[in-house]
Design a protein around this ligand. Structure first.
Ligand SMILES: [Zn+2]
Length: 456
């Protein structure tokens, strides 16, 4: 066994942020942005994501062998991704990548005030909506929009249908705002309207769809709140209210994020077998949505919800902190903290930083900057690979990092890779990273970066 990875030293408390500790991560951000959104690569990366909406790989029962991705198993043997735990009758998640990639692009373009990238995002988003929007507003990677997964789905319950749609709606909404293209708000509202009508016809709540106690689907909360902000329409806020109410139930039905927050019990003790339901990324995404909902409704209801989220955050710090400075082990909250072989998924680190940044914004929370800095330096930056073109899936405390495979038949995407730029944006929102706009005087507008410094 190798020695545990040393966590990079943090600057002493109160040290001025201007200067050395910040300059290098900002250059890493430049490299990641260049490697994922540079003019020479982005069209191909986007085309790979768009393919999901033409092939409907996600619910294709006849997924072909050429879509099987082989990756390294624990004993050195190659494992076929589709013959393992995700069989062809289960729903896949190719549908998340268009939205996640474009959403991250919008976040990058906004914080760097990059007009050229904004034009590229807006042009491609408008073209995408024209090509893939159906008459009822549906835009999705599932040919069968009713394959929603969840306990009431007569077919296999494992599906990521709403999760993928969530990222598409979110991207459309953010590109609309950042690039000032209101027609994209209409497209996102059309998708939300179709989803609301579909759930109502089928007598389902969002919590009853998808995987992991409905949390992937219910993470759409943040999008509905922002949609309400953009449209002023009451039905979007009412839909959001239903999601939050479904987490504050007297019967305690899983996951009951708000009700359980006040129990004081560790998250991994809320229900049996946390490895089957306590999925870190999706839960923290839901919690971030509660923060935005609370900010929107305000008053006593908002204050109580912000208290609930702060309590869950504190429970995570107390019971789920891993050796890398983030929370969770593998991709779940199982109470295995400070263990020698802790691993943390890069998506989890990004959403841990986002959650803390949101609490800081909403409540002035004083703990957030130090928590984000610890996670950013100890768990996020060590996961970046190949000059910012790729990252690992799991950063491991014992140094046995798990590479990010090409997921579910994708060629240029992986959940963590697509979230990677958002890690820098989250660190910026938490106040620990300064990001300068691209230097427009540099040759051909290329951003300053140093690939050698970012190599593992
Ligand atoms: Zn991931």
């Amino acid at each position: 066994m190798q020695d545990p990875r040393p966590i990079p030293p943090l600057p002493p408390p109160g040290r001025a942020r201007a200067g050395s500790p910040i300059a290098e991560p900002a250059e890493w951000f430049d490299a990641v942005v260049d490697a994922r959104y540079g003019k020479g690569v982005r069209d191909e990366i986007l085309a790979d994501a768009e393919r999901a909406f033409r092939t409907h790989f996600d619910d294709d029962k006849n997924r072909k062998a050429e879509n099987v991705v082989w990756h390294d198993g624990p004993d050195g043997k190659k494992i076929p991704f589709l013959d393992g735990w995700i069989s062809p009758e289960m729903g896949a998640w190719q549908g998340e990548f268009w939205g996640k990639y474009m959403l991250a692009g919008a976040e990058v373009a906004e914080c760097r005030n990059d007009a050229e990238l904004k034009r590229w995002l807006a042009g491609n988003a408008v073209r995408f909506v024209r090509e893939f929007r159906q008459s009822d507003g549906y835009i999705g990677s599932y040919a069968d929009r009713d394959f929603l997964g969840g306990p009431k789905d007569r077919r296999h319950g494992f599906a990521w249908n709403v999760w993928g749609r969530k990222y598409t709606m979110w991207a459309l909404l953010e590109i609309a705002r950042v690039c000032d293209r209101p027609e994209l708000v209409d497209a996102a509202a059309g998708m939300a309207g179709q989803l609301m009508a579909q759930l109502s016809e089928r007598g389902l709540s969002l919590r009853e769809t998808g995987t992991f106690a409905g949390m992937p689907s219910c993470s759409a909360l943040i999008v509905l709140v922002r949609l309400h902000r953009a449209t002023g329409r009451r039905e979007h806020l009412a839909f959001a209210r239903n999601i939050v109410a479904d987490w504050d139930r007297a019967d305690g039905a899983i996951p009951n994020l708000v009700g359980n927050a006040f129990s004081g019990r560790p998250v991994h003790d809320w229900y049996p077998k946390p490895e089957h339901w306590a999925k870190s990324y999706e839960m923290m995404s839901c919690l971030e949505g509660i923060v935005e909902y609370a900010e929107t409704v305000g008053g006593a209801e908002g204050a109580r919800l912000l208290d609930a989220v702060t309590r869950v955050r504190d429970l995570l710090v107390r019971h789920e902190t891993n050796r890398l400075g983030s929370v969770g082990d593998g991709d779940k909250f199982t109470g295995r903290q400070n263990e020698r072989n802790n691993g943390t998924e890069l998506c989890d680190v990004v959403y841990w930083m986002r959650l803390n940044a949101a609490l800081r914004r909403a409540t002035g929370d004083g703990k957030a900057p130090a928590l984000v800095e610890k996670a950013f330096r100890g768990a996020f930056l060590p996961g970046i690979r190949d000059g910012g073109r790729w990252c690992v899936q799991l950063v491991k405390a014992d140094g046995t990092d798990v590479p990010a495979p090409l997921q579910v038949g994708m060629k240029r995407h992986h959940c963590c890779v697509d979230n990677m730029p958002r890690g820098f944006v989250a660190a910026r929102h938490a106040g620990i990273l300064r990001v300068a706009a691209p230097d427009t005087n540099a040759a051909a507008g290329r951003w300053r970066h140093n690939n050698e410094r970012i190599q593992p």
